[in-house]
Design a protein around this ligand. Sequence first.
Ligand code: PLP
Length: 383
Amino acid sequence: LPYDRSYNFSAGPATLPTEVLEQARDEMMNFQKSGQSVMEMSHRSKVYVDIFTRAQNSLRQLLSIPDNYDILFLQGGATMMFAGVPLNLLKTGKEGKPTVDYIITGDWSKKAADEAKMYSDYCNVNIVVDSKQGADYKTIPDQSTWKLTPGAAYIHYATNETIRGVCFNTLPTFPEDAVVVCDMSSDFLSRPIDVSKFGVIYAGAQKNAGPAGATIVIIRKDLLGRQLQICPSALNFKKQADKASMLNTPSTYPVYICGLYFDWILKHGGLPWIYQQDQEKAKLLYQTIADSKGYYELFVTDPKVQSMMNVPLRVFAGGEQNKENMTPHELKFVAEAAKLGLVNLKGYRDLGGIRVSMYNALTLDGIKMLCEFMKQFQAQNPP
Ligand code: PLP
């Protein structure tokens, strides 16, 4: 790769497009003759406000975000929004304690539900479905079995579960008037979506949209103002929207890089282009795994919910596992891949094995090289 860079399969923070990094490098010392680096600019200066607004506009264009939605660039990551969601949506104007519905399909949506439970003085948390039970988060139970609460303050789910690689390839449908809240951290901008079906979409930028430090919240404007009294100001979506996400100092440099990332996608053809690329990469990897005839074992075998973004797998799982649930074959796989510049393939600690994350900025060439390596490794390291 140019600059002797590696192909980075990390689950996040993840690889960024080379063109984005090159532009950032070129603009690093003196952004467009402003005499300053973007990192040094006052967030109140015209030059920076223009950068910020441009990032918002590019994102609006990319996702065709309707005018009745605000785009906020906040901080604290998706984890902060696990708290931000209940804190901002529980004042319903109705009598009694509201109920909120959580759909749990993996580790992250479970964490989101657990965070909401910390506000049990203000809401009842109903677990609509928890696919740990009976399915070990390997699949998503049919929607007809879910127990939604009529009149819930909101319904929360995560489109893609990063750790176990379970994804809603077909988005669930909900009653027209439901306030649907979605954690899209790990498949944000990977395919076109209909934003109007959601009340709130949030995502940490560091996988598919930029560096760590910017947290994106897209919220339907009529939902602003439903915050609890105890909601911290910096996390108050209404206050932030009123101040154009500048109630306090925003993460200025990460938002600038996000803007470059959005423009990079737009320049190449927008979300239809990314989607086609991401599908092609995933197809190649899943085909290589299928062709291995069991040498590589998928964690998620149901194609309906297999993720395009994160693919946990075992490399011939036989042999003693170490403390991190890695077999000798897997340790060798990770080490040999790294020597070729294929890095960050080690699986999530609890799950062990390998995890291939292939976000938007990972090129098809990277996946091709990985698949070639997988074939060679299998040939040279029989069970
Ligand atoms: N939600 C999902 C789906 C994630 O993958 C992650 C991080 O990996 C998070 C939430 C937490 O994100 P953050 O680290 O930005 O708080």
